[in-house]
Write a protein that binds this ligand. Structure first.
Ligand code: HEC
Length: 143
């Protein structure tokens, strides 16, 4: 067998083997969802919910390793930092800090993540949406 064929076969075997590695794609119960004006909530649901809530819509490629590992990592990490489904359980200090970070991340264009927007064009926020989200977060901090 030619070396190239061997390499291809090896990679193919690796790809198949990776598929049996278990990936946790569970959605834990929603225990205390964040309250927000409908307009803001719509933006959050459209652009943030998949990584920052317990109601992730897992895309088909989240079933195919190694992409599944990456998606799982983003969701796990995203939920750990900020979970709108468990928001009511946060302390007032934590809420204030997260509001502040939300305004900052969105204004600076860091959230939603670029790789996510490429695959979910509907998550692209207009300048007006960014402003309204930042205004909401800013107002909430000073409540
Ligand atoms: C593809 C998944 C994904 C999406 C979509 C996403 N985030 Fe994130 N977010 C993450 C991850 C992962 C982190 C933690 C790592 C980091 O800070 O980059 C994070 C971190 C954050 C943080 C920082 C929290 C902290 O404690 O430092 C804020 C605030 C945030 N996201 C807000 C948002 C908002 C608001 C949206 C929607 C407009 C959004 N994110 C969309 C994955 C995502």
């Amino acid at each position: 067998m030619k070396l190239r064929a061997k390499i291809a076969l090896g990679l193919g075997g690796l790809f198949v083997a990776l598929q049996v590695v278990p990936v946790d794609r569970t959605n834990p119960p929603v225990t205390g969802e964040i309250q927000a004006p409908a307009e803001v909530k719509g933006v959050l649901k459209r652009a943030c919910w998949d990584c920052h809530s317990n109601e992730t819509v897992w895309p088909w490629y989240a079933r195919v390793a190694p992409v599944s590992f990456l998606v799982r990592h983003h969701v796990k990490d995203g939920r750990r930092h900020l979970n709108f489904s468990e928001w009511a359980g946060y302390t007032p200090e934590r809420k204030a800090k997260k509001f502040e970070e939300c305004g900052k991340e969105v204004s600076e264009g860091k959230m939603p993540m670029t790789s996510y927007v490429l695959l979910h064009p509907e998550a692209q926020l207009t300048d007006a949406e960014k402003k309204s989200l930042a205004a909401w977060a800013g107002g909430a901090v000073n409540d």
